[in-house]
Design a protein around this ligand. Sequence first.
Ligand SMILES: Cc1cc2nc3c(=O)[nH]c(=O)nc-3n(C[C@H](O)[C@H](O)[C@H](O)COP(=O)(O)O)c2cc1C
Length: 330
Amino acid sequence: MADLATSYMGLKLRNPIIVSSSDLTKTTEGIIRCYDAGAGAVVLKSLFEEQFLIRENIEGEDGIIYPEALDYLRRGGLLEYAPEKICQMIEEAKKEINIPIIASINCQSPRLWPSYARQFEEAGADGLELNIYFLPISLDSPGAEYEEYHLKILEEVKKAVSIPVAVKLMSQLTSIPYLGYKLARAGCDALVLFNWFVEPDIDVKNLKTRNIIGKGNFYQSLRWVALLAGRVDCDVASSGGVRKAEDVIKQILAGASAVQVCTILYEQKFEVIKNILSEVEAWMEKHKNATIDDFKGELSFKMQELTFKGVGEADAYFRAQYLKAYSRAK
Ligand SMILES: Cc1cc2nc3c(=O)[nH]c(=O)nc-3n(C[C@H](O)[C@H](O)[C@H](O)COP(=O)(O)O)c2cc1C
């Protein structure tokens, strides 16, 4: 029988499927449900910086507490999702389950987080995921400035805790490999590619703006997992668009140590995890892979380049224009 166990950010996982940070993981019952469904690990719903600012009644770096942030938190039932509640959840869940629990914090500034990171560690969290994103709205700030923030936040959190720390990135960064390389050198234990956003829309009838739910982009994640795996000195996990066993296999072939899933659990029953795992296992047996490590990264950019396994195939990951694809299709 194939062995699905894997190692991710220094943690031992019974299998590579992680339930990603979402409303599914914001209660003890939710976490236990993920465990019962067969998940290899869970990432808790993020504690958002806005929650912290509002709770402590302090201003953000720009001196503002945004009323819309308050509104968003109230509507999402997140005002009560406080650090103490998260610690309690971790403590309760640790008594019931034996898979890694990764706490998540949404950071936009380096100064606020180390003490919460420490509290989550003390409560028993096995790891931390830093959900970092900046929407570069300013006309004055170059891209490098935003990227530098990622490093500052990671460095502060790493100083505060000894559990492993992952960074979940947004895809709209100028140089993902460069930032990934720098983060790994600064002690990042894993990169999660990528975060997901609500998207803006316009209601033309009522002349109003509104938000719609965005979608994880499987192929975007696949490209960057493949381009980073084995080239940066930390693990890589995919997040975005995974719907079936074949998607999990593809991400591992591209180099992912773990595959995060979210939307699929909203769309289908939680049993989907067990079904996916048994299909992955059957595929491994058919392809004579006894362990996840036997095929992890086999089709990563680095492996294809080094082994010349598929001369010319590595370019699938970095070719972005249509020309060749069109001429092949004819
Ligand atoms: C309802 C909902 C809530 C989410 N909340 C968080 C969150 O608190 N922190 C975070 O890092 N990602 C959050 N996400 C993003 C997911 O973790 C995941 O990265 C994204 O949905 C893409 O994966 P998918 O295509 O498998 O859904 C949320 C997603 C959904 C659908």
